[in-house]
Ligand binder design. Structure first.
Ligand SMILES: Cc1cc2nc3c(=O)[nH]c(=O)nc-3n(C[C@H](O)[C@H](O)[C@H](O)COP(=O)(O)OP(=O)(O)OC[C@H]3O[C@@H](n4cnc5c(N)ncnc54)[C@H](O)[C@@H]3O)c2cc1C
Length: 286
């Protein structure tokens, strides 16, 4: 196995594009190394991208935030500006693993690993995050929900590397939140989860919303009907009941020892409702 640690994205792209056999990008390694040690994969080439300038930085600009692909979840939690702007995204990232995992794991790795239960993904989709991808034909920016195509599968093409995630500066009166259910208090994978973001208009009326469920389908599930149910309302009980019903309807989970279809479906609705209430409070709704 060949290990390379290039100092530019261009070099990383060239290495991956020309690679023969199985080539992998290495960010925090908290998925990749576990899969290697479990003999699930046998890479011929590993391209460690942590030495590339800017990859380990969070940049705040006029228009929002650029989170480099190697920024750890812990770094995100320590960034007061990011936490204030997108608390739901940060709380989702900070739920990944333990302190040790937090120091290494990245939300880009969480995304590219393409687990349906990935914690940061529903929250980032709800927040409208975008992904900057570098490849042999230059750079492209895509909406984050276009990256994962199925369990363990992404739309990334040979030679492509995710350079960063971007999050827009939130509009005034915007709030987001993420909740998951796990059978124990920490260090477990979501049985189901929900990320919600919303923006309020005058008098606390919801103007815009996005509701996304995790671990109830092959990829994160965006539920437009749940957003529609709360837009134009002050998140009263009737609106929340409609949101819950829409989420339950959108669920198509697996049935396994960690949760039955019925359990995941019901709990996903409950989590979405609770996350919506938190997001509403954070947006300044009363
Ligand atoms: C003990 C433990 C607990 C965990 N708990 C949780 C949890 O609670 N919630 C959760 O969601 N996950 C959990 N995980 C899984 C893992 O920690 C996360 O998915 C993590 O975010 C992966 O990030 P990473 O940087 O370590 O990815 P890596 O392992 O470096 O990479 C993961 C995959 O993404 C690809 N990749 C990484 N970066 C890029 C890039 N820039 N461009 C293209 N492809 C890329 C890699 O090639 C690899 O296939 C846990 C793992 C462990 C070992």
């Amino acid at each position: 196995m060949r290990y390379e640690a290039p100092s530019t994205t261009k070099e990383a792209v060239n290495l991956l594009a020309k690679a023969k056999g199985a080539a992998y990008v290495l960010a925090g390694g908290t998925d990749l190394l576990v899969r290697m040690k479990s003999d699930l994969i046998e890479p011929d080439l590993i391209v460690d991208i942590k030495r590339i300038k800017g990859m380990c930085e969070i940049k705040k600009t006029e228009s929002g935030f650029t989170i480099g692909a190697c920024v750890s979840a812990a770094q995100m939690g320590e960034h007061s500006g990011l936490k204030k702007a997108w608390p739901g995204v940060v709380e989702a990232a900070n739920l990944i693993g333990s302190d040790q995992i937090q120091g290494r794991c990245t939300v880009v790795g969480n995304l590219c690993n393409a687990s349906p239960a990935a914690d940061s993904v529903p929250a980032m989709i709800a927040a409208g995050a975008k992904v900057v991808i570098a490849g042999p034909n230059g750079k492209r920016t895509v909406s984050i929900d276009k990256v994962v195509t199925g369990p363990g599968k992404t739309s990334l093409k040979k030679g492509e590397v995710v350079e960063a995630i971007t999050l827009a500066k939130p509009e005034p009166k915007t709030g987001d939140a993420y909740l998951r259910f796990i059978p124990r208090t920490e260090m477990d994978i979501a049985v189901c989860s929900a990320g919600v973001s919303m923006t309020l208009g005058a008098k606390g009326v919801v103007k815009k919303a996005c509701v996304v469920l995790g671990a109830v389908g092959p990829t994160a599930v965006i539920v437009p009907a749940a957003a529609k149910a709360i837009i134009g309302t002050k998140l009263d009980d009737a609106a929340l009941a409609k949101l819950t019903a829409a989420c339950e309807k959108a669920c198509a989970p697996i049935d396994d020892k960690r949760g039955t279809i019925e359990f995941r479906t019901e709990v996903a609705g409950v989590l979405a409702r609770r996350a919506a209430k938190i997001a509403y409070d954070r947006a300044g709704g009363k």
